[in-house]
Ligand binder design. Structure first.
Ligand code: AMP
Ligand code: ZN
Ligand code: FE
Ligand code: FE
Length: 292
């Protein structure tokens, strides 16, 4: 069984619509798909309809932008009640923070002599709930300034590059608690990827586990093979669920093809068991896995 639990549609910074993403997954032989757009559940309904039509099992989730030890960390929240008011409020604040920094980034680009404004960004992201660096990168491609999104990040938009601007992110500890309170399960995404691994070694992960963290995304393109094995050993030792996923973004991210990393059926079962317990404990109407 091929299980890919972390993908993006164009309601965040992927390039396929939620329905196209589900069809692409079906075409790639993915049997269980996790839809995890950044900070939003806006793609869930369209993905659900297409999952029922194509026979893909769908796990609805989101990838929440958080901060830990001063560094950005992404947190996957699966099967949360998307109407839980504290979660809605927290996500709203993150989306506002994303939108608010776009003008500041554009100002820096203009200072570098690049003619770009908000309309250029909107044009390339008609379905996105919030616009961020990936959409600015797409606008730069569209305007012929760079050849690919990747180049825009490397030369202009990454930390330390001239157009980088910080944005608001929620505290990782608080968001783990919020995902659990919303009846879902929390899995830290690519913890040794772009973030600082120092804060997310065994002791850091154990502390998050005591706050309700259910799992760790181990098999991911941003982790070296050696890091995957070290992180897997830590996660297994702690009794955390181990996941693997593509972090597919359509055309938006090179080398993240659907199914390039996958999760084992045993780990998926463990995750879904924890989700069922979390939903019961929270007493909330949580979404179920869509099983056609
Ligand atoms: P933002 O949320 O606006 O800070 O943008 C961060 C997002 O941009 C990440 O979640 C990635 O999905 C995406 N991203 C970061 N680096 C790259 C890259 N080199 N190429 C394509 N997408 C990237
Ligand atoms: Zn993304
Ligand atoms: Fe991420
Ligand atoms: Fe992602």
């Amino acid at each position: 069984m091929r299980i890919d639990l972390h993908t993006h549609s164009d309601v965040s910074d992927g390039t396929l619509t939620p329905a196209e993403l589900v069809r692409a997954a079906a075409g790639s032989g993915i049997e269980v798909l996790g839809l995890t757009d950044h900070d939003t559940a806006a793609g869930w309904a369209a993905a659900e309809a297409e999952a029922l039509a194509t026979g893909v099992t769908l796990v609805r989730g989101m990838e929440i932008s958080t901060r830990h030890a001063g560094r950005p960390v992404h947190l996957l929240g699966y099967l949360v009640d998307p109407t839980y008011p504290p979660l809605v409020a927290a996500l709203g604040k993150i989306l506002d923070g994303r939108n608010a920094r776009v003008p500041a980034i554009l100002e820096r680009l203009r200072a570098l002599g690049i003619a770009i404004d908000v309309a250029d960004v909107r044009r390339v992201a008609p379905n996105a709930r919030a616009t961020g660096r990936p959409h600015i990168a797409d606008a730069l491609v569209d305007l012929g300034v760079v050849g690919h999104r990747d180049v825009a990040f490397r030369d202009l938009l990454n930390p330390g590059r001239p157009a980088y601007v910080e944005r608001y992110a929620a505290s990782l500890e608080e968001m783990v608690g919020l995902v659990v309170a919303a009846g879902g399960v929390a899995v830290v995404a690519h913890p040794w990827g772009r973030s600082d691994p120092a804060s997310l070694q065994a002791d850091g992960l154990a502390r998050l586990q005591s706050l309700g963290l259910a799992g760790v995304e181990v098999d991911h393109q941003d982790h070296s093979p050696a890091d995957r094995e070290r992180l897997r050993a830590i996660a297994r030792e702690l009794g955390l669920v181990v996941t693997g996923a593509s972090d597919f973004h359509g055309e938006g991210k090179i080398d993240h093809d659907l199914g390039c990393h996958t999760t084992s059926p045993e780990d998926l079962d463990a995750l879904l068991t924890l989700a069922a317990e979390s939903g019961r404990a929270a007493g909330r109407m949580t979404p179920q896995v869509v099983r056609p």
